[in-house]
Design a protein around this ligand. Structure first.
Ligand code: UDP
Length: 250
């Protein structure tokens, strides 16, 4: 399989944040895994874009990431406004494709689940072990660590060298954590997966297909987690800025 090279023309800006427009995101990452090149994957959505405007560290991490995928509907609609007909690549689906891939290999690519409340990462790992009995699980760790536990986690990662590391600490905590610790496993693919661990563990449910297909996943999340309303004020702000940028382009 030929790996698509990310050139400048495939690197598009969404209100100042880069997004990579590839035909086959899982294929790109699988090639990256086989070449043991490692990488940091950012799942860009409207909320993260607005956070990065105010958080220079997050913006720098997004800029330096190896792959930035159009995870959110807002990002995809923005790209449509700019004449780029791209398909959404939800981070959870990309992670699932990689897990299914790793789960059918004869030479194991061990995976690590980090994040969520106590037992969430363990439950997520159990879910995947049942789904893919051949999947090698390098370990799990909940996301509320004392400094000593965090040190222990770093040691474990160093020793086990997982190939795929899923970090579900929420944005921007997970992006910062990955940027600070990815040197521990330089050959691994690191992905910030937000609440995906909760979904695999069964403690939360993903929006039904109708919501996802109609760009309304955010509405379902708001219904499921009403405390999100304050964070979600970023969405109308993003829409307003997207419309303004389109207006001034004309
Ligand atoms: N979380 C964690 N440690 C923390 C804060 C949050 O492990 O210190 C977990 C939390 O339990 C949840 C996830 O991070 O599983 C955040 O999920 P959310 O859907 O809010 O992520 P986002 O919308 O930011 O991608």
């Amino acid at each position: 399989m030929q790996k698509q090279v990310i050139t400048k023309t495939l690197n598009f800006s969404v209100l100042g944040q880069p997004v990579h427009l590839l035909d086959d995101y899982p294929g790109w990452l699988i090639a990256q895994l086989h070449q043991q090149l490692g990488g940091h994957v950012i799942t860009l959505n409207a909320e993260m874009t607005m956070q990065a405007e105010k958080n220079a560290t997050l913006a720098e991490i997004i800029k330096l990431a190896d792959l930035v995928i159009p995870d959110g509907s807002g990002v995809v609609l923005y790209l449509w406004l700019k004449g780029k007909k791209v398909k959404r690549c939800p981070g959870i689906e990309l992670a699932e494709t990689l897990l299914l891939y790793a789960g059918q290999l004869s030479k194991p690519m061990p995976v690590f689940f980090f994040g969520g409340a106590p037992e969430v990462a363990e439950k997520a790992a159990k879910f995947w072990q049942q789904r893919c009995p051949k999947l090698a699980i390098a370990g799990t760790q909940h996301g509320y660590l004392s400094p000593e536990e965090e040190q222990q986690l770093c040691q474990t990662l160093k020793e086990k060298q997982p190939s795929l590391i899923f970090v579900g600490l929420g944005v921007p905590r997970q992006e910062l954590w990955i940027a600070q610790h990815r040197h521990l496993c330089p050959k691994a693919i690191w992905i910030g997966v937000g609440g995906s661990l909760d979904i695999w563990a069964g403690t939360k449910t993903r929006a039904p297909a109708w919501f996802r297909e109609n760009h309304l996943e955010w509405l379902y999340r708001l219904y499921q987690e009403p405390w999100r309303w304050r964070r979600m004020l970023a969405l109308p702000l993003f829409a307003w800025k997207a419309l303004l940028s389109n207006f001034f382009r004309k």
